[in-house]
Design a protein. Structure first.
Length: 162
């Protein structure tokens, strides 16, 4: 049986009983507190004042420590934010550089399709002079990396022998 299957009248009766019990508990507690207050002498004793001062001093120290910790946290967050901003700027620069290189490679790839038939070696050498790695050249021109390295080595030897 689930609690939603209860008859609304039964649910109301349970609620009314719970309210009466709660009310009786509140009246009982108020009576106890009233008796305790009548037993104590009026006024505040010196021990209570001393204890209150100690608690206030402790809370002031804790508050000061908390404020210090919050300032340190704020400083650390500023440092982290600054580092993130620097890394973001660096990442943007790297992305722009990579995008420019990709554009160069794509442009070289379009030209490479035409020059591959008649002067593929010249295209490999041209891209190497532009600063592309053998792996990048191989990917762009559709050649094996070893073939690109061989072409570059032969070109170096040819220029050294002249």
């Amino acid at each position: 049986m689930h609690w939603t299957d209860l008859n609304p009248q039964l649910f109301f009766a349970i609620q009314a009983v719970a309210d009466v019990v709660l009310c009786a508990a509140v009246v009982f507690i108020l009576g106890k507190v009233n008796r305790e207050l009548k037993r104590r002498p009026a006024g505040i004793d010196a021990g209570s004042i001393t204890e209150l001062k100690r608690v206030i001093e402790d809370s002031q120290k804790a508050t000061t420590a908390l404020i210090g910790a919050m300032e340190e946290s704020k400083k650390a967050l500023r440092d982290i934010s600054r580092a993130i901003d620097e890394k973001e700027a660096r990442l943007r620069d790297l992305m722009e550089t990579a995008s420019a290189r990709i554009d160069k490679l794509e442009g070289a790839g379009a030209v490479a399709g035409e020059t591959r038939r008649d002067g593929g070696n010249d295209e490999v050498i041209r891209l190497a002079r532009q600063g592309f790695t053998p792996a990048e050249i191989a990917g762009t021109l559709g050649l094996a990396e070893g073939e690109v390295r061989l072409i570059l080595d032969l070109a170096r030897r040819r220029s050294d022998s002249r």
